[in-house]
Design a protein around this ligand. Structure first.
Ligand code: KG4
Ligand code: ZN
Length: 344
């Protein structure tokens, strides 16, 4: 029996786990009718990172406007909806609570079920807007807070087969960007600089030879910072383009090597790349070349740039699976800042 009984299968989705307030209306789990994203990045930039208290305050200001905008843009009335999906973790607790409170209030006011969604599952299901997910699949999740290889035997099932032991890939980009004096978040700018330089510094490729699927980026970050500080002390000029290219080459070598190995070991039909770092041009190029050379039977799916960063449409796509499985929440649903796939 399907959960959806109304004429159209429509969900409202709310995302507020970090520094984007986002509300979407999604139809059939694979069509975006509206995906409003209010980014706070300019407010956090001067602090060099996301300030949790500032993020919460922005979410409070934006959330109801985003809900109104999403419904208007989608031309959907609340009574046409079948449920309200909301991110309840992982993320910043104060930020999550704003989205949760708004979702509960909207669900209560319109007598709709509440569908709790794991933010990281949302990143993977963003690929469903590109083409239908086929299982089993492997997902490389690379964001500011996570770096994980996730094996999905079937829809709604997540097994982390490898993860970072220290920094996430996006976090490493942002930290080395800070050392170079770049604005936060610096992943995109380093990516652009990297395309203009060469891998001349040969930074370490941590754990690349190890048989597991875990990652480590803190040694690379230290090596990068030491190189820059030594040069500053000796008053030697370094090439920012070559530094960016060398850093990016190290990150990509490790991510691609382990991901390809995982796809050879597990019987996967698709490889999904998800999260903010999936926007990286160098990573997209290298993965597409390597997959077509070494994994002719695996389909690579990388969502378009606007769906790689945090957005509510991806939460709506993941919520369709949760709703069909009968996973709903009551009004006691709390934020879980360190939610993992184990508890979904
Ligand atoms: O998924 P996301 O939007 O937020 C989190 O849930 O963390 O990811 C943000 C991260 C930031 O660290 C940012 O620097 C990184 O994604 N990022 C990139 C690129 N665009 C964004 N990293 C590398 N290359 C890019 N083109
Ligand atoms: Zn994210």
């Amino acid at each position: 029996m399907t959960f959806f009984t109304k004429e159209r299968k429509l969900l409202l989705a709310i995302e507020s786990s970090c520094d984007e307030t986002s509300v979407a209306v999604v139809e059939d789990g694979d069509q975006i009718l509206a995906n409003i994203v209010a980014s706070q990045v300019n407010s956090h930039r001067r602090f060099g990172g996301v300030v949790p208290e500032v993020a919460s305050r922005h979410h409070v200001e934006e959330i109801t406007l985003c809900i109104e905008d999403a419904l208007t843009e989608a031309a959907v009335k609340p009574e046409e909806l079948s449920g309200v999906a909301v991110t309840y973790g992982p993320g910043l607790v104060g930020a999550l609570l704003i989205g949760l409170s708004a979702a509960k209030a909207f669900a209560w006011a319109h007598d709709l079920p509440l569908i709790p969604v794991n933010h990281m599952a949302g990143h993977i299901y963003a690929a469903n807007f590109v083409e239908p997910l086929e299982f089993p699949l492997m997902a490389l999740l690379v964001s500011g807070g996570h770096t994980e290889l996730v094996y999905m035997k079937e829809t709604g099932s997540f097994e982390i087969i490898g993860e970072t032991r220290d920094d996430a890939a996006g976090e490493a980009y942002d930290k080395v960007g800070r050392v170079l004096g770049l604005a936060y978040p610096s992943g995109k700018e380093i990516d652009e600089l990297a395309h203009l330089g060469e891998d001349t510094y040969h930074f370490p490729r941590a754990m690349i030879k190890e048989a597991n699927y875990d990652f480590s980026f803190s040694g690379l970050k230290s090596s990068f910072i030491n190189t820059v500080h030594n040069a500053q002390q000796r008053e030697v000029d370094l090439s920012v383009k070559d530094l960016a290219a060398s850093f990016q080459a190290s990150v990509i070598d490790v991510l691609v090597d382990k991901t390809i190995r995982a796809c050879k070991e597990y019987p996967v039909k698709q490889l999904v790349v998800a999260g903010g770092v999936a926007a990286n041009q160098g990573l997209r190029e290298r993965l597409s070349e390597t997959v077509s050379e070494e994994l002719p039977n695996v389909k690579l799916i990388v969502p378009p740039l606007k769906l790689c960063g945090d957005n509510a449409a991806m939460i709506g796509a993941a919520a369709f699976v949760e709703a069909e499985k009968g996973h709903f929440a009551d009004y006691y649903l709390n934020a879980d800042p360190s939610l993992s796939f184990m508890t979904i």
